[in-house]
Design a protein around this ligand. Structure first.
Ligand code: ADP
Ligand code: ADP
Length: 229
């Protein structure tokens, strides 16, 4: 079964005002699915339902083929990681920031995740490596580096799916491209669903869903959608 499925999902914040009007899609267990579409289309609302801040008014959200409504909330949420536009760091060391919320992590696994997220050179450049304070009162990491820390933290908690809400929105184009390449590599080991603020950032997504007016109005690869537009 796909890791996540929306099946004819209807949802509104107010009665009689549906914001999602029959959304359907699946997210395979590997690869990237990107959501694009104009502001107000319903992309963030899709994420809010995927995070179970709300349940659908009609239709269903399924995790591994099972209706989310009937899964214990803690178990459901443990399967879903979240990365937002900005990822502030906690006061504390880089290690603290990476490991909170994770279960026991071997040093081998930590190293693997640091490599996958492009953080090994960052760690090597810090005066005390992983034990360098990086929060408010320590050394600040760049926006792109903070996003990498957030993604690494997610991966260490071993979710089945990571939701990324415009993860490159506040990065310069170079950082954006490097992070997009990193996300492509990570999608070989974990499913990613990404709200993209720019169409060009989703070139490597296996599937792009165009959302408009609470409906999926298009679906295909980046190149297929370019040709049909
Ligand atoms: P997108 O992420 O594509 O910009 P949203 O899901 O944020 O779209 O918004 C879809 C619609 O739902 C918009 O009309 C928006 O005004 C409305 N909306 C979003 N969040 C709320 C909320 N918390 N309460 C009421 N209406 C909301
Ligand atoms: P910034 O916001 O400072 O540009 P980035 O996240 O773009 O931060 O990159 C931080 C540093 O890590 C850069 O020097 C970049 O070249 C390096 N880097 C990024 N991704 C990788 C990767 N996958 N492998 C090795 N190095 C990487």
């Amino acid at each position: 079964a796909p890791v996540l499925e929306f099946r004819d999902v209807w949802f509104g914040y107010r009665p009689g005002r549906p914001v999602l009007r029959g959304i359907g899609f699946t997210v395979p267990s590997r690869g990237q699915v990107a959501l694009v579409g104009p502001s107000g289309a319903g992309k963030s609302t899709i994420f809010a339902l995927a995070e179970r801040f709300y349940d659908p008014d009609r239709g269903s959200v399924l995790l591994h083929g099972r209706d989310a409504r009937f899964l214990p909330y803690a178990r459901y949420r443990a399967s879903i990681g979240l990365v937002e536009q900005d990822s502030p760091l906690l006061a504390g060391t880089l290690r603290d920031n990476l490991l909170y919320g994770a279960g026991p992590v071997t040093s081998r696994e930590l190293r693997r995740v640091l490599a996958m997220t492009g953080l090994l050179p960052v760690v090597a450049g810090l005066p005390s490596g992983l034990d360098t304070p990086v929060g408010e009162h320590g050394r600040h990491l760049s926006g792109g580096q903070r996003q990498r820390v957030a993604i690494a933290r997610c991966l260490l908690a071993r979710p089945d799916l990571i939701l990324l809400d415009e993860p490159t929105a506040h990065l310069d184009p170079d950082s954006e491209n490097v992070l997009a390449a990193t996300l492509h590599e990570i999608s070989a080991v974990c499913a990613l669903m990404i709200i993209a603020h720019r169409f060009s950032t989703v070139r490597s997504a296996e599937r792009v869903l165009v959302v408009d007016g609470g409906l999926v109005t298009g679906s295909g690869t980046h190149d297929e959608l370019l040709r049909s537009s």
